[in-house]
Design a binder for this molecule. Structure first.
Ligand code: AKB
Length: 324
């Protein structure tokens, strides 16, 4: 990767990935795009930024040509809970945006990355130690677009030789940018509420295990996969990756180690619970480990400590005594 165009760069992944890529590859070699512009934003202010609606193929092609990029990282998409509320929009944006991005990659011979998700699995998938290659019959529109997206990437690789790579992300936890409308978002909200109010009402029920990962590991995974030697990749695209699997009780217990007075109860949201129930509990990432040396650094307690330290600074709230 030398010159990179990113779509959806103001989202949860994009905002951190853009800054990290600018550190590694140089500010002017990372062109950030999003459908909106916001005030006081480090991604917009720190380097090249362009407005881009990913459903506009011509506009995407023009930008890729204008900046002479060699890599396209396509992140713009609706997440699971919002996609369930607006299924037609999710189809149009997630699939329309992806096919446009793959077309641009084909036309200009670009290296390509797009994320899939644990949402690409469904209730018929083995829930524990979910294999890399297994049954995928998701029951959400988000999942339908993710499986179709994985297949589309495979198709562009086989048919046109587009070097399309990707991972199946679990829930991503970060203190910098909030996720927008996912099922795993409770695992981010809980840290904000723990610091602000010492309590949290979880919209996901007790005993619901989902895979998760701290954002620094997710960012390093993207870069490592993109820099991996092509002949070593047997799967190429849609690699299972995860760093931990927990249910609400376990993340609450981890927070209590640092904020002993923290209390959690439940106010389950049936729509998001239904999505969570259709997803695996824990993925097998051996293909990613073997093919490109995937190795996350953060487990639950390390992540909790880092989240609480950084969030208390961001929210200008006192650091918990246990962390002083
Ligand atoms: C979501 O909850 O929709 C995402 C995901 C796991 O893909 N965080």
């Amino acid at each position: 990767m030398k010159k990179i165009l990113i779509t959806g760069c103001l989202g949860q992944i994009g905002s951190e990935l853009t800054m990290r890529l600018r550190e590694i590859y140089g500010t002017n070699n990372v062109i950030a795009t999003d459908i909106r512009r916001v005030e006081d934003n480090e991604v917009i202010e720190s380097g090249p930024f362009e407005l881009l609606d990913v459903t506009d193929h011509k506009a995407m092609l023009e930008l890729a040509k204008k900046y002479e990029v060699d890599t396209l990282i396509h992140l713009a998409a609706l997440l699971s809970a919002v996609a369930e509320q607006k299924p037609k929009l999710a189809w149009d944006l997630n699939m329309g945006g992806l096919v446009n991005a793959l077309e641009v990659a084909r036309e200009l011979n670009l290296k390509f990355f797009t994320p899939s998700s644990i949402g690409s699995f469904g209730p018929g998938t083995p829930a524990k130690n979910t294999p890399q290659d297994t049954l995928q019959r998701p029951t959400t529109m988000y999942g339908v677009t993710k499986v179709a997206g994985e297949l589309l990437c495979d198709y562009y690789f086989e048919k046109f030789g587009v070097d399309a790579r990707g991972v199946r992300f679990p829930g991503l936890i970060s203190y910098k940018t909030l996720p927008g409308g996912g099922t795993t978002d409770y695992a981010v909200e809980i840290y904000y509420e723990a610091l602000k109010n010492k309590k949290y009402s979880s919209f996901i029920d007790k005993g619901t295990h989902m895979d998760m990962m701290y954002m620094p590991d997710a960012i390093e995974a993207i870069i490592k996969l993109m820099e991996a030697d092509l002949p070593k990749l047997k799967h190429h695209n849609a690699f299972n990756i995860t760093a931990m699997s927990f249910d609400p009780e376990e993340i609450a217990d981890s927070i209590k180690k640092y904020i002993p007075e923290f209390k959690m109860d439940y106010n389950v949201d049936p729509a998001r619970q239904k999505i969570a129930d259709s997803w695996p509990d824990s993925l097998d990432c051996s293909a990613a480990e073997e093919e490109w040396d995937f190795s996350p650094k953060y487990n639950l307690d390390r992540m909790t400590k880092d989240m609480l330290i950084n969030l208390s600074e961001k929210l200008e709230l006192p650091l918990p005594n246990t962390l002083k």
